[in-house]
Design a protein around this ligand. Sequence first.
Ligand code: AMP
Length: 287
Amino acid sequence: MKIILEPRAMQGLADEVRSRAGRIAFVPTMGFLHEGHLSLMREGKKRADTLVVSIFVNPTQFGPQEDLDAYPRDFDRDESLMREVGVDVVFYPTDKDMYPKGYQTYLTVEEVTRNLCGKSRPTHFRGVATVVTKLFHIIKPHVALFGSKDFQQLVVIRRMVEDLNMDIEIVGCPIVREPDGLAMSSRNKYLSEDDRKEALAIKEALDRARELYRNGERDARALVEEAHRILDLHPGIRIDYVSLCDAGTLSDIETIRAESVMAIAAFVGKTRLIDNCVFLAPDEEAI
Ligand code: AMP
């Protein structure tokens, strides 16, 4: 497993792989790896002969009051997990190499970033779109893999790749959960023992909404209200949003007609967690 720190060196390696008709799969991460990240890497290995993983805690996607400095980091542990999975190349740049002095170019994806996390984190997706574009130019992948835990991020990346004619296949992968249902996240490390129990209400709210949907409820407000009711039973939880949106446009909907997503963001103690559940269109949903 090669560890590459500099963008130019990474570009050279990508050129070399491409010159011998090799195929590059890419998994971008912020490190502090867990099974969710590893599932993307395993899928990437199936789809290419060279698997590149980036580890970069991207400062431009954090707001001024957010957890950039506290974000958990453990490169040694990440390194051994990546060796086990069979990662070929780790791209591990510094902030300075990614955003040198004088840096001033950013990318904005407009409509799909307005709702959900875009409301409470107004500069987040500008940072995500910018860094992912930079990483795409540095790593030159044929295929890139993203988790649907960050559902809006996946929609934003798909939109950006299509709008800018980027010749990269985007693969969305399922949410990996702890045995009790909590979606895996590097930020789960922040949770106290009590927080950890409270956090389960997020999955419970999604499951209950899904159950109502499967029983025939199509009124989005009824599902959102039920999710609110469940979360409100937990004093340790402060809701950021509960939304039911069209899965393609991410606009709020009133009635579920096409594929839609219930997305939740909530603070458990000081930790902001997100999770979601996709409802297939009524005629596709297997009952
Ligand atoms: P992060 O390191 O949090 O930026 O995440 C890197 C990638 O891993 C993103 O594409 C995430 O959507 C994905 N990811 C994070 N948590 C999970 C999870 N529990 N299941 C599946 N993918 C995940």
